[in-house]
Design a protein around this ligand. Structure first.
Ligand SMILES: Nc1ncnc2c1ncn2[C@@H]1O[C@H](COP(=O)(O)OP(=O)(O)OP(=O)(O)O)[C@@H](O)[C@H]1O
Length: 235
């Protein structure tokens, strides 16, 4: 069964169709990567999944229910967690306090769960540091810890490896492989080696539409995908 499904999902900004008539199915337990050249509509699409962007047309179903009209906070309660390209950590709170907020939201045991969540993303030794003092890449990792602390059914990660060093990217790949036992993952990622190392399947967006979908091997060999990337000079 699909944990997440969209039908005819569309977002127009004036005359520009940022996302156009997208049918998307994400089965429970899968790690799916969403890729596409800059401006392809990835962030707009995810914004509609999360309830941050109102669709112009179409529907979003999650765990069998139509959530198209649910506000973002209700979708979180239903089991969606997400991190965005622009970090949303509380800069004046410590890493520990940021994750504790996420744990307490679902009435979890913060004393036990916060250190574990920070350790999982490689920030175990930074618990007392102010989130605002972390590098951009580490703020993204802190957001992932906050997402995991919600114990979501679906974890959506928008460009999670941006700003990370190579060794930290390796740690992230290992984390996704571990998380897949607990949650379905939707990963928007420009780093193709991360995509190839983590995704079961890949969906390619181009000009707001699904250009291709398949295993990493199938996508790698797809001439249309290569053309779409070459056409923009993107990697
Ligand atoms: N609020 C907005 N108002 C007008 N146009 C927008 C808005 N948000 C996005 N767009 C346009 O919609 C298209 C898709 O943008 P989007 O950010 O979803 O693409 P993306 O695939 O996430 O790109 P990137 O990889 O650069 O983040 C782009 O042409 C963008 O300029």
């Amino acid at each position: 069964m699909s944990l997440l499904q969209t039908r005819g999902l569309t977002k127009a900004f004036g005359g520009l169709h940022a996302v156009q008539d997208v049918d998307f199915d994400l089965p429970e337990g899968e790690v799916r990567a969403l890729i596409g050249p800059n401006g392809a509509g990835k962030t707009t699409f995810v914004g509609m999944l999360c309830g941050r962007v109102a669709p112009t047309a179409g529907a979003v179903r999650f765990a069998g229910a139509d959530i198209s009209r649910l506000p973002a906070h209700r979708r979180i309660r239903e089991g969606m967690a997400y991190t965005f390209q622009i970090t949303s950590v509380f800069a004046r709170l410590s890493c520990r306090e940021n994750v504790a907020l996420a744990v307490r939201r679902r009435k979890g045991d913060a004393a036990r769960e916060v250190p574990a969540a920070l350790a999982r993303v490689g920030l175990g030794d930074r618990a007392d540091q102010l989130a605002g003092d972390l590098s951009y890449g580490h703020q993204r990792l802190l957001e992932i810890a906050m997402g995991l602390a919600q114990k979501p059914r679906l974890l959506i990660l928008d460009e999670p490896t941006q700003g990370l060093a190579d060794s930290e990217i390796e740690g992230f790949v290992a984390l996704v492989r571990e998380v897949r036992a607990e949650a379905t993952v939707l990963l928007i990622e420009h780093n193709m080696s991360v995509v190839m190392d983590t995704a079961d399947r890949i969906t390619v967006l181009n000009f707001g539409e699904v250009l291709a979908e398949g295993t990493p091997e199938e996508i790698h060999a797809d001439g249309r995908v290569q053309d779409a990337y070459l056409g923009t000079g993107d990697a």
